[in-house]
Design a protein around this ligand. Sequence first.
Ligand code: SAM
Length: 250
Amino acid sequence: YFVEPEQFGDEEVIITGQDAHHLVRVMRSKPGAKFIVSDGEAREALVELVEADSEQVKARILEHRATTAEAACRVTIAQSLPKGDKMELIIQKCTEIGAVSFIPFQSDRTVVQYDSKKEAKRLERWSKIAKEAAEQSHRNRVPDMKPSMSVKQLVQAMEQYDLVLLCYEDERGTQIRDVVQPYATKVASVVDKGEVLIIVGPEGGFTAQEVETFVNAGAVSVGLGRRILRAETAGMLALTCVLYETGEMG
Ligand code: SAM
């Protein structure tokens, strides 16, 4: 369960909202029940329920946990909006794997049209999926869900990252490992292992013009092997490669 940082004290935590409802009404937790809480940033603790009603749960901290489930390399997935509910699968799986943020964006061949009326609802649903996936994976923080962007806005956002990987199925020269391995060596001695952005195209792929735009702005065009992956698979694989090379699984 996640609590607001200000509700995470030294000795007790206060859980409110949907999580309090879930604990009391769904899980039927009683005083003495033990569970894990996180402040969504760096703190995590094993706690014991002291008292509860459906609006608020008070729990006593039994043990602060020093360990973190967060990867030292912070990876954001920029995904050109795929059809149907594929974005939900992408958010769920990439949260489990370890992404810290998602940027949905609109590119030339994006089939789903941007709808400002639906945007707030969609972001709310995606944030909920990210939160549930973060809880199930015992993450310390819930990934950020950024509002939809255009390619132009995404290009501007690229400057916040120290490595930008453009997943491009027609890239014949550079494969992801060619770039990520030297990057991982460079950041190996650093505790905070950088900010990486992975850009994935829609079902129809990127246009040559878009590839040029991203590359001119500093992205590195990379291949993910000889097989063409579904739009929803490419980000998961690229994320896994980055976390593997930066030592997350070693
Ligand atoms: N037609 C399939 C679909 O409907 O999902 C394939 C879509 S593929 C063109 C979608 C995106 O996944 C591409 O724009 C690219 O970002 C990424 N991608 C897929 N296979 C890739 C590969 N082998 N190397 C690099 N990127 C890849």
